[in-house]
Ligand binder design. Structure first.
Ligand code: PM9
Length: 459
């Protein structure tokens, strides 16, 4: 077969210099950080694969847009540009800007959820579930079982399981379900897409029960790319067309624009219903800012409008996902256990298999992320029992089937050689896996403990 590589559709105009550290410096840095990669100083990190959130490289057009910021308190022209772009590319009629994704989740949860409600979703996300719980709701996982199996090759692990969804309605009644929250390219499952076929069925299910369909569209373009590559009937459609089709099936959306829309800060809540929009406007002025900026500067709204247009280009997506796949294949070839199929934004290491001697209660993924940093200065993120947190009612730890370390690739930032170095480092850590020790908390925050929790090794 003819080979076509995924080279980037851009060239590099400016570079950010990195500090190289010694092994001794890294050992000290990780202990100072309580063995939590979130608490490392960025300047002590060589290749930063903590997250793809707010860390993408903006284009020359986006930087030019920054200079066009209209910093009026009210009615900035950049807001209208962003608003119109969201309607044109994502279909939603009304947009309420927020400082980032969780700002939108807070407002939506406060409006929609009453004490004792249930919110089904295709796997939890940390901030999303917390806002649902703060509003008095309970999250219910309705993703297909394959999503919890790291080496299942199901092409659409983000799909909804209707047996689980129907069981929930039978048990609690449709009136206790204010909405269903569907994420595109499900983060905690390993960046796994939902198919359009499944999403259309969710739409029909919502119509049948009169339940609203909310879209966590943080990584919608990556999901659209996978649909183009994998779902029958979509090979000739552009990512842009598929993105629009996905959004048009849903009633409202929360967006962390720091991911797919390639901006350093920003998000929004968008919807088609005017009443919901009016309620959201009432709350945005309390928590975020006026309804025409919601916590963002004019320049940031401009960068977002431009970023949205760039994010749905087929060439961009091919290179974006191509780079993630490139890292996945390197690791796979070396026998490193990773979540399959490869995700859209990250490669997830299966810490259970890499560190079989550490039981889940001693946080193998947290320990693996710390060990990788010490080995080479690469910063990854735990996505296992620490991230899952505790059941707010029983106080027990959630014990997720997936105990993963996420190597998250920022958009348009690192080169193929950085991916090579990353894969080599993971292999070296794996070869010395028996030296990695389990951990315990020395400080455990009550909420979102993965951000600021501190740990020590258990001898
Ligand atoms: N995701 C990530 O690194 C950043 C914070 S959590 C470590 O993956 C989804 C699917 C997300 C997400 C953030 C948010 C919240 C909502 N939904 O971070 O508030 O992946 O902009 O968005 C992170 P904000």
């Amino acid at each position: 077969m003819e080979k076509r590589s995924w080279a980037e559709p851009y060239k590099i105009k400016m570079v950010e210099l990195l500090k190289m550290t010694t092994l001794e410096e890294r050992k000290k840095a990780i202990v100072d950080a309580g063995l939590n990669t979130f608490l490392l100083k960025s300047e002590d990190v060589y290749i930063d694969l903590l997250t793809d959130s707010g860390v993408g490289a903006m284009s020359d057009r986006q930087w030019a847009g920054i200079m066009m910021g209209d910093e009026a308190y009210a009615g900035s022209r950049n807001f209208y540009h962003m608003h119109d772009t969201i309607e044109e590319y994502y279909s939603y009629k009304y947009t309420v800007p927020t400082h980032q994704g969780r700002g939108a989740e807070n407002i939506l949860s406060q409006i929609m959820i009453s004490e004792g409600d249930f919110v089904p979703g295709n796997m939890y996300f940390t901030t999303t579930r917390l806002h649902q719980e703060i509003a008095g709701g309970h999250f219910v996982d309705v993703i297909i079982d394959e999503a919890h199996i790291p080496d299942s090759e199901h092409p659409f692990k983000g799909n909804v399981d209707f047996i689980k969804l129907n069981k929930l309605v039978d048990e609690v009644g449709a009136e206790k379900i204010p909405y269903i929250c569907i994420a595109t390219c499900v983060n905690m499952a390993g960046g796994q897409p939902i198919s359009l076929e499944n999403l259309k069925q969710v739409r029909a299910w919502c119509d049948k029960y009169g339940i609203m369909l909310v879209h966590d569209m943080t990584r919608v373009a990556e999901n659209a790319y996978f649909i183009q590559q994998r779902e029958e009937g979509y090979q000739d459609k552009s990512v842009k067309e598929i993105v629009y089709e996905i959004c048009a099936l849903t009633d409202a959306a929360t967006m962390s624009a720091k991911k797919d829309a390639i901006v350093n800060i920003g998000g929004f809540l968008a919807m088609n219903d005017k009443r919901l929009y009016e309620k959201a406007c009432e709350l945005v002025v309390v928590y975020e800012g006026l309804h025409t900026y919601g916590g963002m500067a004019g320049r940031d709204m401009e960068a977002m409008a431009i970023g949205i247009k760039e994010s749905v280009q087929d060439n961009h997506m091919r290179a974006r996902v191509g780079q993630v796949e490139y890292l996945g294949k390197l690791l796979d070839d070396e026998g490193v256990p990773v979540v399959k199929p490869y995700g859209g934004h990250a490669i997830f290491l299966n810490a259970r298999e890499i560190l079989p001697h550490i039981p889940q209660k001693h946080f193998p993924a947290q320990a693996l992320a710390a060990a990788l940093y010490v080995e080479s200065g690469i910063r990854a993120m735990e996505r296992g029992v620490v991230s899952a947190g505790r059941n707010q009612e029983t106080g027990e730890n959630f014990m997720p089937k997936l105990e993963l370390v996420r190597l998250t690739i920022p958009r348009r930032v690192y080169t193929q050689a950085h991916m090579d170095v990353t894969a080599e480092s993971v292999v070296r850590v794996m070869k010395n896996a028996n030296k990695v020790k389990g951990l315990r908390f020395t400080y455990e925050p009550k909420m979102l403990r993965f951000f600021m929790g501190r740990f020590e090794e258990i001898d």
